[in-house]
Design a protein around this ligand. Structure first.
Ligand SMILES: NC(=O)c1ccc[n+]([C@@H]2O[C@H](COP(=O)([O-])OP(=O)(O)OC[C@H]3O[C@@H](n4cnc5c(N)ncnc54)[C@H](OP(=O)(O)O)[C@@H]3O)[C@@H](O)[C@H]2O)c1
Length: 256
């Protein structure tokens, strides 16, 4: 059996997921990542990272609004990769799917809220279950879910996402307790505002950006690479006794 470890990550065509996948590939880890609408971009990244880092990279279609797809996804990954060592639940929905979920409190509606729950909590649960089954076979692994500081501090229009990020952090802690006996660690990275398309979709993006720079002790925006390093650390042996933990990566913005 090949000794090369494998990362499975959702939503790595751009933004934070792309930076995480690239970080792992640059460290010699094979990468199985998912895309939703950007099949062409996904294929470009497969070719680029395979060439640049000499690791195995494959892309798979996945819609996190249908989390039962995780079974099929991992079945396909089993055909292409010998093992699964790391799983990162990163993808997030936007646009029409979040109508009624992204907005002020008095405008929230069950459909949008439920879609965000499905994409955040259900996707983490179903993905982590499939990953954990494979990790048990190789003696352990590490799982990370993306969270956001919008579950601790007020961000305009973010009630639907913020509450579901709080929920996924709680679910992460339950998973950590129950998967510990298999030597599987489970953690979250809670990001402050990071310059990605998702943030640019905020109706008040310019304001959020200016406020982030002002609040950050480091006087700058967060970038996807700032998150990738934290995820890599949590998956590495350097974090061997860290589990059930949320690592806040926010440039100091939440305290101010
Ligand atoms: N940006 C921030 O300020 C920030 C801060 C804290 C936490 N986060 C969290 O970090 C994670 C990544 O966010 P990001 O800002 O990097 O987002 P992004 O740049 O908008 O990327 C979103 C990714 O999710 C995929 N995706 C979209 N809809 C999907 C669906 N229905 N099913 C499966 N995949 C889907 C996209 O794939 P396609 O391109 O193929 O459609 C893309 O790869 C999210 O969990 C987010 O909540 C972000």
């Amino acid at each position: 059996m090949s000794e090369s470890k494998t990362l499975v990550i959702t939503g790595a065509t751009k933004g934070i997921g792309k930076a995480i996948a690239q970080k792992f590939a640059s460290k010699g880890v094979n990468v199985a990542f998912t895309y939703n609408s950007n099949a062409e971009k996904a294929q470009e990244l497969v070719e680029e990272w395979s060439r640049e880092y000499g690791v195995k990279v494959k892309a798979y279609a996945l819609n996190i609004l249908e989390p039962e797809q995780f079974k099929r996804l991992f079945g396909e990954i089993d055909e292409d990769f010998e093992r699964v060592d790391y799983f990162v639940s990163n993808a997030m929905i936007y646009g029409r799917a979040v109508v009624g979920g992204y907005g002020k409190f008095m405008r929230l509606k069950p459909r949008g809220l439920n879609n965000i729950y499905t994409a955040t909590v259900d996707a983490f649960v179903l993905g982590a279950q499939e990953a954990a089954k494979r990790m048990q076979k190789v003696g352990g692994g590490a799982i990370v879910t993306m969270s956001s500081t919008g579950n601790m501090i007020y961000i305009e229009n973010y009630a639907g996402h913020g509450t579901n990020k709080a929920a996924v952090e709680a679910m992460m802690r339950y998973a950590a307790v129950e998967l510990g006996e298999y030597n599987i660690r489970v953690n979250a990275v809670s990001g402050g505002p990071i310059e990605t398309d998702a943030l640019k979709a905020f109706t008040n993006y310019e304001e959020v950006k200016a406020e982030t720079i002002k609040r950050s002790a480091l006087n700058r925006m967060g970038y996807p690479e700032d998150i990738a390093g934290a995820v890599w650390f949590l998956c590495s042996e350097e974090a061997s006794w860290i589990t059930g933990h949320t690592l806040v990566v926010d440039g100091g913005t939440s305290f101010r």
